[in-house]
Design a protein around this ligand. Structure first.
Ligand SMILES: [Cu+2]
Length: 183
């Protein structure tokens, strides 16, 4: 009797379901629907290191820092952000942007979008947060799509105001106050 090839594979190779396993290296990873992509970055904001740079020392003071983790697998992307040492009791906007941080605030490019032109918290990764009295804050986002290795986000940008969710200025969040380059 002829056994279908697919069944043969199932019978001979134990298939691990529900376990992500070791992350696939981000660089040069082949694109596939179940691709696993992990990005993360952490740093203290300085005025000269584009890996973690502050553009506004009032809203991203000396000693302020941020840590971001992006985990994409199984058609979902989960992103989390933790900050410390920011201005106390302030509501910030925050998003993933397309390019790495630069000396000038605009160098990180526009928002990362899964669906080009769609400006909302489903297509983009919005991570607005409000700091406590010590300047600490955290936020997270869950998006119903996987990252494509061909076009990964380049940075996390923190803005001076919360993100506008509707109207002609939808997606805007004031000036860029700090930027963390993703790796
Ligand atoms: Cu932004």
């Amino acid at each position: 009797m002829r056994v279908p090839a697919v069944l043969l594979v199932l019978l001979t190779a134990p298939v691990v379901v529900g376990c992500a396993g070791p992350p696939v290296p981000v660089q040069n990873a082949k694109t596939s629907p179940d691709e696993t992509v992990n990005l993360n970055s952490a740093g203290e904001f300085s005025t000269d290191d584009t890996g973690a740079i502050a553009y506004d020392r009032k809203l991203a003071p000396q000693g302020s820092q941020a840590s971001v983790t992006v985990e994409s697998s199984g058609g979902q992307t989960r992103t989390s952000l933790v900050v410390e040492g920011m201005a106390p009791n302030h509501h910030y906007g925050a998003h993933l942007h397309t390019k790495p941080c630069g000396k000038k605030p605009d160098e990180s490019g526009p928002h990362y979008q899964h669906n080009p032109g769609q400006i909302d918290a489903t297509s983009e990764v919005w991570l607005d947060f409000t700091t406590d009295g010590d300047g600490a804050g955290r936020s997270s986002a869950r998006n119903p799509w996987g990252l494509r290795s061909a076009g990964l986000p380049g940075s996390l940008v923190i803005h001076s105001q919360g993100t506008k969710t509707s109207g002609p200025e939808v997606g805007t969040a004031g000036e860029r106050v700090a930027c963390l380059t993703l790796k």
